[in-house]
Design a protein around this ligand. Structure first.
Ligand code: HEM
Length: 546
């Protein structure tokens, strides 16, 4: 019995027979694939598909650049199709066609390797199990939103100011004697800054990656703690740049050139999960100790993200949810908390770092915008370069907010946003059967002359003055944080983080690009990842005193 079906294979089978059988099966598969392709419903223009793979371009690395090219070739009618990893996908390039898709809750179909990566039922962003997603979302959303509440936000800005003070000291320290400028790779610093900041918001204990990076640049000794923090960054970086291997069909995961990439990504994630779970376990112990010693009043405290996640739906929950479905009223397990922390560190940090760097890039290319931004900062802070930026300051920084929106419009960090429709749906004037995947190509919509005048120009006033250059032409032509049930839960936090950081940087330094001719140096998978942004920082103190 142990042999299972093996006894059915004839004993005298020769390698040549196996090879012929393999060829025959492959031939049948290809025949079936193209039969399905040529008899598909609603055939649309798009690149001709290759069985199993769809297109080799998916493995070339820069997926965003590939979509940009496809949009130029096939996007003008508002909808085209392509096959990714053997699955037909419909790409929407006009804002008019996305409303009906946005109400769907699932983002991906359950046919890649997400379950192998333990991401299919964990967290939010890649979770495609409705019940698990709903449970996680109901706990994560209020926990992350509460960080920007009146109660917590003073602490939030305090943390960001203190971290920035530390980072800017490191920058000044890197200034060469007799030089007026400091040259840094802002992408590398921003990634570490946001990681240290997110760690603090999560646990009230910071990681040490900006400190590590400074020491590394100065060739100074680094501690074990710093190396561990830095490994955290490496885990995030690796997943962001290689995650397309979590979406490939199971059938091809063993192919020679794919197998190793899948394994490397898996190893990476397992070590990252271990780190995250260790953080959760430590915090849980700390909370239990405090409860046992009776020295913690959750109601009066400003709770960090992790504490909120751990105590929700426990007797210590300061804001118990009423009248909810009993399946949603249990506390989260450590593995579930690890899942949402993964989102905060990977999705939340990556989008914020990219957006921040894109702002610096576009502002440097638009001196008038830079001048207006600095004038706005001066109007709020006068010549005080050191006062902490508060939440009430941020409310006055409207132009700064418009700059962030314009940077995201012109170069969205989430340029592809998907919905999987598990029931028939009408989209772009076609009736579609269930089990279709739709890709909303935000970068194409955001940069379309159908909705934006001179879409290639960086004009923050579009989002700023009601009487300004123009208004958004269609309600869905700019969805910075998405829309519908999957709307970004970190949107408020992101805006606070970005406005504070931009203000702190431009208040203290004039910023210029080292190479004005260089394009944005990004790598894209299903995420965008800024690889490098070399800038010159000119301390404003020097300008005031000279
Ligand atoms: C400038 C920064 C950010 C941008 C541009 C951004 C943008 C987006 C977009 C476009 C989506 C998809 C929404 C949809 O499908 O309708 C999304 C989802 C998400 N974002 Fe953000 N985001 C940012 C920052 C953050 C931060 C700081 C966090 C948390 C710390 C966060 C956590 C998430 C999560 C968990 C999801 C998945 C939600 C779900 O599937 O239910 N994001 N974000």
């Amino acid at each position: 019995m142990k042999m299972g079906l093996l006894h059915l294979i004839p004993r005298d089978l020769k390698p040549a027979d196996i090879f012929i059988a393999f060829l025959f099966m492959t031939f049948l598969y290809i025949l079936h694939f193209y039969y399905k392709h040529f008899t598909r419903v609603n055939p649309l223009p798009g690149p001709f598909p290759i069985p199993l793979i769809g297109s080799f371009d998916i493995f070339k690395g820069d997926i965003d650049a590939w979509f940009y090219r496809l949009n130029k070739e096939y996007g003008h009618e508002g909808v085209y199709e392509l096959t990714i990893a053997g699955k037909r996908q419909i790409v929407i390039t006009h804002a008019e066609h996305i409303e009906s898709i946005l109400r769907h809750v699932t983002r991906t179909a359950n046919d890649g390797l997400l379950d192998l990566f333990d991401l299919d039922k964990k967290g939010l962003a890649l979770n495609h199990d409705y019940n698990h997603w709903k449970f996680n979302r109901r706990i994560f959303s209020p926990a992350i939103m509460s960080l920007t509440s009146l109660n917590y936000s003073p602490k939030l800005s305090q943390i960001e100011n203190v971290l920035f003070d530390e980072m800017s000291k490191y920058w000044i320290d890197l200034k060469q004697k007799h030089e007026d400028v400091i040259i840094i790779d802002m992408a590398a610093w921003a990634r570490r800054f946001i990681c240290d900041f997110t760690s603090y918001l999560t646990t009230e204990k910071r990681s040490n990656t900006i400190h590590y990076y400074h020491r590394k640049l100065k060739n100074e000794v680094v501690t074990k703690e710093m190396i561990e923090s830095e490994e955290f960054i490496e885990n995030i970086k690796f997943f962001v740049s290689d995650n397309q291997f979590a979406f490939i069909p199971k059938l091809i995961k063993g192919l020679p050139f794919i197998k190793n990439r899948v394994k490397r990504l898996l190893d990476n994630n397992h070590s990252f999960y271990k780190r995250l779970e260790e953080i959760v376990r430590k915090k849980r112990k700390e909370i239990e100790k405090n409860i046992n010693n009776n020295d913690y009043d959750f109601k009066s405290k400003q709770l960090d993200l992790l504490t909120s996640l751990i105590i929700t739906n426990t007797p210590h929950d300061p804001q118990p949810q009423k009248n909810i479905d009993p399946s949603l009223s249990r506390p989260m397990t450590d593995a579930e908390i690890r899942g949402v922390l993964f989102d905060a560190f990977v999705i939340g940090a990556d989008t914020t770092v990219n957006t921040f760097c894109f702002v610096l890039y576009y502002v440097s290319h638009n001196p008038n915008v830079k001048k207006k931004l600095f004038e706005e900062i001066k109007s709020v802070f006068n010549d005080d370069l050191n006062r902490h930026v508060t939440i009430s300051d941020l409310e006055k920084l409207k132009y700064c907010e418009a700059i962030i929106k314009e940077a995201v419009r012109i170069r969205p960090t989430v340029s592809l946003n998907t919905r999987y429709c598990n029931q028939p749906e009408e989209v772009a004037g076609y009736k579609w059967p269930k089990d279709m995947i739709f890709i909303m190509y935000s970068r194409g919509i955001n940069n379309s002359s159908l909705y934006w005048e001179n879409p290639e120009k960086f004009i923050p006033e579009r989002h700023y003055e009601p009487q300004g250059v123009e208004r958004q032409q269609h309600k869905n032509s700019f969805l910075m944080f998405g829309k519908g049930p999957r709307l970004c839960p970190g949107r408020k936090l992101a805006m606070v983080e970005l406005k504070t950081l931009i203000t702190l940087v431009y208040r203290k330094f004039d910023v210029e690009l080292v190479d004005m001719q260089a394009p944005l140096n990004v790598e894209t998978s299903t995420f965008t990842f800024i690889k490098e942004l070399n800038i010159k920082l000119i301390p404003r103190e020097l300008k005031i005193h000279s």
